[in-house]
Ligand binder design. Structure first.
Ligand code: PLP
Length: 428
């Protein structure tokens, strides 16, 4: 990752001289008795209000899909065609290769891994659970729930660093080429959780074309923030499915997305896209698990958006709410820590998080100091497998949920905690 400002590696001893001042500043912070929370990567109530009309849709009497299907009844395993069409355009995939399902993409990811363990995927020699060992490559910092799936299911995790262009593709390629136990790679291609990076076209090409020792190696392409822009520039994600097909590895990529942070996080719609072979494989198991998804919810979403442009317009309204919060985070960090060399942080163009690297060895202390001053931060280490950050320096900030004024107060407090922890560490 490219640091926006400062550098965590050069924590100055000048700071040690400020220790007493910083202790006083921190005591004043504690005395304010704050109760603030920057842990939750959730939409705020104001954002949820943007989708309030959904609660009155599709409306009494409006239960018929465009092809005449009665959405109230069983069936339609792949999801409602009119909604699939809208999101197929947004995700750059053919509608036939996109399934619309339940409310959480995480469930679809979990199901995929479980089904791979139980049955294997197309190209597997045997179910993954019959392999001596199954390994996933985990770019770090990353999304804790990806790591939790691996941990629960007994999948070994090896880490590679994130760069500003996504996972370090050369590091991934080296591992994947030589180790046949590597069956999976987690990728959040657009505005990654937590560092906001976007996979470049070159990295995407490398990942879909690199030789893999396992014939059934899969990339879990979790496009959770595909349309979640924070600036006017609406970044277009590399089209991994198409690139994989062109590279002669059409089955390598499994794509996930959802409307959790577009409409309602809990009553949205989740999507799965892949090659026709993978979609047939997934659908076969899906059809045992379910007779069909909630098509009334699909219809509700399709009528709410109308078309892909409707989604884009809706996301611009999210942006108006979110952009000031993100700019508060980065400007307060720059103001308070800019030229002190105690931290670096990301300045994302989209997504839900800001990733901060503090002075090595101090992330847990920063989180503890913040907690004792009434500011809840995501536990240090959460962005690494098993919750262990070997350098104890990464902190994930989630500014979407609290009101702007609270984000400002919390971030000023966080800056004080980062400085105090660095000063303590620099004091002999
Ligand atoms: N993927 C990433 C990268 C996320 O950050 C999140 C939520 O924070 C999810 C998936 C969860 O998505 P869903 O609500 O569709 O399960």
């Amino acid at each position: 990752r490219e640091p926006v400002d400062g550098s965590a590696s050069t924590a100055t001893s000048g700071l040690a001289a400020r220790l007493d001042d910083l202790r006083r500043e921190y005591a004043a912070l504690q005395a304010r008795g704050l109760r603030l929370d920057l842990t939750r990567g959730k939409p705020s109530a104001e954002q949820l209000d943007l989708s309030e009309p959904l609660l009155a849709l599709p409306g009494e009497g409006a239960h018929t899909a465009e092809d005449g299907t009665d959405t109230r009844n069983y069936g339609g395993l792949a999801g409602l065609p009119e909604l699939r069409r809208i999101f197929a355009e947004l995700l750059g995939v053919p509608t036939e290769q996109l399934l619309a399902q339940g409310t959480a993409s995480l469930t679809l990811m979990y199901d995929t891994v479980v089904q791979a363990l139980l049955f294997g995927v197309p190209g597997s020699e045997r179910p993954w659970s019959r392999e001596e060992q199954v390994t996933f490559v985990c770019p770090v910092p990353g999304y804790d729930r990806h790591f939790a799936i691996c941990e629960e299911l007994g999948i070994r995790m090896v880490t590679v660093p994130m760069t500003s262009d996504g996972p370090d593709a050369e590091a991934v390629a080296e591992l994947v080429a030589s180790d046949p136990s590597i069956k999976g790679l987690w990728v959040v291609p657009t505005y990654a959780n937590p560092d906001g990076s976007v996979v470049s076209e070159a990295v995407a090409r490398r990942l879909v074309s690199m030789p893999a020792a396992a014939p059934d190696f899969r990339i879990f392409w979790d496009n959770a923030y595909a349309v979640h822009h924070l600036t006017e520039h609406e970044t277009k994600t590399a089209n991994a499915l198409q690139l994989a097909e062109e590279a002669g590895n059409p089955d390598r990529v499994l794509m996930y997305a959802s409307t959790s942070k577009i409409t309602f996080a809990g009553s949205g719609v989740a999507f799965f896209a892949a090659s026709p072979t993978n979609v047939a494989w997934f659908t076969k198991h899906l059809g045992i698990r379910s007779i069909g998804p909630d098509k009334v919810n699909h219809l509700r979403h399709a009528s709410f958006f109308g078309d892909a442009e409707g989604v884009r317009a809706h996301m611009r309204r999210h942006r108006e709410i979110l952009a000031p919060k993100f700019s508060a985070v980065t400007s307060i960090l720059a103001e308070r820590l800019g030229d002190l060399g105690v931290a670096s942080w990301t300045n994302p163009d989209g997504g839900y998080f800001v990733s901060v690297d503090v002075a090595p060895g101090t992330a847990s202390r920063v989180v503890q100091l913040a907690k004792e001053a009434g500011i809840a931060l995501t536990p240090a280490g959460a962005t690494f497998p098993y919750g262990r950050d070997p350098q104890d320096r990464n902190i994930r900030l989630a500014p979407t949920m609290p009101p702007l004024e609270e984000v400002q107060v919390a971030m000023d407090g966080v800056a004080t905690c980062i400085l105090l922890a660095a000063a303590e560490a620099a004091t002999p």
